[in-house]
Design a protein around this ligand. Structure first.
Ligand code: ADP
Length: 193
């Protein structure tokens, strides 16, 4: 099963992806996590990526496509994967299709979590406060300024992808404002219909 999760920052993609990955026995490929690992290294690219992420901006498409191509080619992703955080632009979406096409593969479902903008700001600022309170590392981009950039980029660059996947008949949109369990339940149904 090859799945893609679409949804704005704070929509709960990560939480749902982890759950689905476990249930389906396939890896969760989060480009945010991969990039945070790259950014934590003191290399030139690492520093560059860290700066981009801190502003809430997007890492260049060509670097993202290389990262995802390499990750998908690893053996644990052979029987399927859940992509979370990629594609984020139409260019990335087209590149993903090419990568999969050339291997004779295709996406089975694109799952979109829908949450309105005002709720997202609240959710993420709460996540940042909770992380701080429990002594966990805060994400450098979970502040109001970077979040506004991330939300704006999502609306302009990523959301148009949903129309593309809808036209292919593989998009399933789900209300992301329900409880975690309720969202899991409807996502599971969406995968199987
Ligand atoms: P969120 O969904 O909350 O925005 P992620 O962990 O998915 O968080 O991504 C964090 C940051 O990593 C993004 O704001 C962006 O800077 C970078 N990033 C992740 N995936 C991509 C991508 N596909 N293309 C460009 N930048 C990306």
């Amino acid at each position: 099963m090859r799945l893609l999760l679409l949804g704005p920052p704070g929509a709960g993609k990560g939480t749902q992806a982890i759950h689905l990955a476990e249930r389906l026995g396939i890896p969760h490929l989060s480009t945010g996590e991969i990039l945070r690992a790259v950014a934590s290294k003191g290399t030139t690219i690492g520093r560059e990526v860290a700066g981009i992420m801190q502003r809430g901006a997007l890492v260049p498409d060509d670097l993202m496509v290389t990262i995802v191509r390499d990750r998908i080619a690893q053996s644990d992703a052979r029987s399927g994967f859940i992509l979370d955080g990629f594609p984020r632009t139409i260019t990335q979406g087209m590149a993903l299709e090419k990568i999969l096409d050339s291997a004779g593969l295709r996406l089975d479902r694109v799952l979109e979590l829908k949450v309105d903008g005002a709720m997202l700001l609240d959710r993420i600022l709460k996540r940042a406060a909770d992380a701080k309170a429990s002594g966990l590392m805060e994400r450098a981009d979970d502040n109001e300024e970077a979040l506004r950039v991330r939300l704006d980029l999502y609306r302009k660059q990523t959301e148009p992808l949903s129309d593309y996947y809808r036209s292919k008949g593989i998009l399933r949109s789900v209300d992301g404002l329900q409880t975690i369990e309720a969202v899991s339940h409807v996502l599971w149904e969406a995968i199987n219909t």
